[in-house]
Design a protein around this ligand. Structure first.
Ligand SMILES: [Mn+2]
Length: 348
């Protein structure tokens, strides 16, 4: 059997098993990752709606606030904090979590305890994810690194339950796919992404208004942070690599938070001639570094050098014990070295 066929077969089997476990369960928790994005929330809330149609008692669990651009998501007010889950339930479904530890802040002992509690309250754990680094931490692991978003797996699960798509489920799934593909303009877009979109459009998806709210519109604070970041923009490697920084003072003076620097690093990436871009922000937990690149250039490896991870063209890491400029300079050096290595490996 060709390798891709074997992989598809394994994924189909896993999805069938997830569907089977869901059919048997009466109460289900859906776990999503910290600093939630459109994919984890959209996928989780879509799955919630589907399970409600099957008569299940179901909740999405997330420890953080829903980002402002995603407050249109149907059911977002029903999301529980991990601390609010206290009674046993039949099944825990992880969605879009590369690692089970992404559900809480593992640096905090009390949150680690919360997570153990959440895990032990369930009879069984399954997952749907699309991160290549996923170690397969559940009984059933429907993980497909080729999928554009975790939402693609939820969409593939629906006919197996079976549940029919409706407008609200379509809105959730679209928000997820839109986010993880950068509005269908990233390397992870494939034929499946558009098969899914055809289905969602068939379910009366209000594409234009959701796209504007979730993706195109920017908040005023976000624009102010973009202006400050652009002031710090620096190029290297003949303009192929660049860096921006935002200090604690920048955040304080704009009264901004991490949600207000969304899309800043993409501004660096989207400059003519750029292969790799990074943004270093000074946060309470340390210096947060975001990396972006355009294919075939990869930034997941450089993120891993600093204890982080992510996707080939979108990754991140947190550096502690250094000032903003120390951390930024060190990481930028590594990014330039990575660029030089890949350049020679690519024969350019
Ligand atoms: Mn995702």
């Amino acid at each position: 059997m060709p390798e891709t066929t074997a992989k598809n077969e394994a994924l189909n089997v896993a999805l069938q098993q997830v569907a089977e476990k869901i059919r048997k369960a009466e109460t289900v928790m859906i776990a999503t990752h910290t600093h939630p994005d459109g994919d984890c929330l959209g996928s989780g809330l879509a799955l919630r709606l589907a399970l409600r149609k099957m008569g299940k008692k179901v909740h999405v669990v997330n420890r953080d606030e829903v980002p402002g651009n995603l407050t249109f998501l149907p059911g977002k007010d029903t999301i529980l904090h991990p601390g609010e889950v206290n009674t046993p339930y039949d099944l825990l479904v992880f969605v879009d979590c590369a690692d089970r530890n992404r559900v809480v802040d593992m640096n905090s002992p009390s949150e680690r305890e919360l997570f153990e509690h959440l895990w032990q309250l369930s009879d069984e754990q399954v997952q749907m994810d699309h991160h290549g680094t996923n170690p397969g931490y559940c009984t059933v692991n429907a993980v497909d690194a080729q999928a554009s978003a975790a939402a693609v797996l939820v969409w593939k699960l629906l006919p197996l339950l079976p549940v029919e798509l409706d407008r609200d489920i379509a809105i959730c799934l679209y928000a997820a796919l839109l986010t993880d593909t950068g509005n269908f303009a990233q390397d992870n877009v494939n034929a499946d992404s558009f098969s899914m979109m055809a289905d969602l459009m068939g379910a009366d998806l209000p594409l234009v208004s959701i796209c504007r709210t979730a993706f195109q519109e920017k908040g005023r604070k976000q624009v102010s942070m973009m202006r400050r970041a652009l002031n710090s923009l620096r190029f290297s490697a003949d303009g192929c690599v660049n860096m921006m920084t935002l200090s604690a003072q920048d955040f304080a003076e704009e009264n901004a938070g991490s949600q207000d620097v969304d899309m800043v690093v993409e501004m660096g990436r989207d400059i003519e001639g750029v292969h790799m871009a990074m943004l270093a922000t000074e946060r309470e937990e340390g210096i947060k570094i975001s990396f972006r690149s355009i294919a075939p250039w990869r930034v997941d490896t450089v993120a891993a050098m600093f204890g982080g991870g992510g996707h080939r063209q979108a990754a991140g890491a947190t550096v502690t014990g250094k000032t903003l400029s120390e951390a930024a300079e060190q990481v930028f050096e590594s990014l330039m070295a990575t660029h030089a290595e890949q350049k020679s490996a690519l024969g350019l």
